[in-house]
Design a protein around this ligand. Sequence first.
Ligand SMILES: Nc1ncnc2c1ncn2[C@@H]1O[C@H](COP(=O)(O)OP(=O)(O)OP(=O)(O)O)[C@@H](O)[C@H]1O
Ligand SMILES: [Mg+2]
Length: 368
Amino acid sequence: MAHVSIQEVTKIYPHGNELAVDKVSLDIESKEFLVLVGPSGCGKSTTLRMVAGLEEITSGKIYIGDRLVNDVPAKDRDIAMVFQTYALYPHMTAFENMAFGLTLRRYPKWEITNRVKEAAEILSISKLLNRKPRELSGGERQRVALGRAIVRKPAVFLFDEPLSNLDAKMRVQMRTELNKLYNKLQSTMLYVTHDQTEAMTLGNRIAVMHQGVIQQVADPANIYTHPANKFVAGFIGSPPMNFINGRVIRRNGKFYFEEGAFRVKIVDEMVPKLAPYDGKQVTLGIRPESIYDKLFVQYAPPENTVTATVDVVEPMGSEVYLHLLLGTHAVTARVGGHERPKVNQDMDLVFDMSKVHFFDPDSEAAIV
Ligand SMILES: Nc1ncnc2c1ncn2[C@@H]1O[C@H](COP(=O)(O)OP(=O)(O)OP(=O)(O)O)[C@@H](O)[C@H]1O
Ligand SMILES: [Mg+2]
C-alpha cells in the first residue's frame, strides 16, 4: 500500500476567479484512513480530483508512493475512486459492473471471477450479483460501486462523499460498513465529506479545510478537544460550540472573562496564556455539553454560575438541547434527557471553565 504526499498544491480554475485550493500540503500515510472535511465549496473535491489525475494541478507536487504523479494519467495512478453518484451501467448486472474495469484491462476471466466474488463476499452482496442496478436499493448500489473499486486492488482508495445520496439511516449503516471494510482491506484511503460526524467516526486523522486552506490535521479526539482555531471549533461538534465575544479582566490578582453583566472566572491553568490579553478582547468558546444545569451540579462555584432564560427546548430522547438567552447572547446547552424546563423560565447554569476555549478575535487562532 502506498502513502500519498500532497505538497504545496494550488488550483486555480481557468474560469474561476479565486483560488479553489491554496498551497495545500497533506501527507496520507500508508494504510491510513484520512478524512478531508469542510463546508461546501472549500476545495475538497478539487483536491481529491487532483490526486486522482482528473484535474490539472496549477502548482505543487503530488506523490503516490515514491512516484511523482503530476504528469501521470489517471488510469496509470493505481487509484480507485468512489463517487457520490454511483454511476453504474444500468444494462449490466452487479457482477458485470464490478468486473467492467478488469475486463477493460484484459484480466483473465478466472481472475476477474475470483476478484468479484471475493469483493462481493466482503460487501455481503454475493446473492445480488445477477441483479441489474434498478433491482437494487440505494445502499446496495453503493456497495456495488464500492465493489467496483475493491476488485481493482488499488494502492489508494479515493472517496468523494460516497454516502451523501443515501437516506439518514442507510448512511449510518454504510458508515459502519465502511469502517469494517477499512479494517479488512487495510488500504490507504482518502475520504472527502462535508459531514463532520462521518469525519469523526471514520478517520484515523481528519484534515479540516476552509476556503481552499487546510486549517488543522489531527486525530478526531484532538480535533475535538484542541481545535486550532475558531473555524475548526465551530465546524466540528453538534450542536456547535457557543462563542461569546468579551474581554479579559483582572480583579484582585484573579482573571475573569467579562461581557456586560456576564462574568466567569478563568481557571488557573489557563491564566499564563490569557494574562497577555488583560484588558483586551477575546472570544470564549464553550461546547453545549460543558454547560450544566446548576440543579444537577454538586458543587457549583458561584463565580461560574450564570442565569439565562430558556428560549427553546428540543428533546432528543437521551438528551435535551436547550437554547437559552444569556443577556443578548444565544447559547445552547446539552442536558440530560429527563430535564424539561419551561420556555421563558430563568435557569441557573454552570460553565465548566476547565473545558472552555479562548480565541484571538483578530486571527481567530486558539489562545488556549
Ligand atoms: N470546473 C470548475 N471551474 C471553475 N470553478 C470551479 C470548478 N469546479 C469547482 N470550482 C470552484 O472551486 C471551488 C472548490 O470547489 P470544490 O468542488 O472542490 O468544493 P467542495 O469542497 O468539493 O464542495 P462540495 O462540498 O459542495 O462538493 C468552489 O468555489 C467552486 O465553485
Ligand atoms: Mg465536492
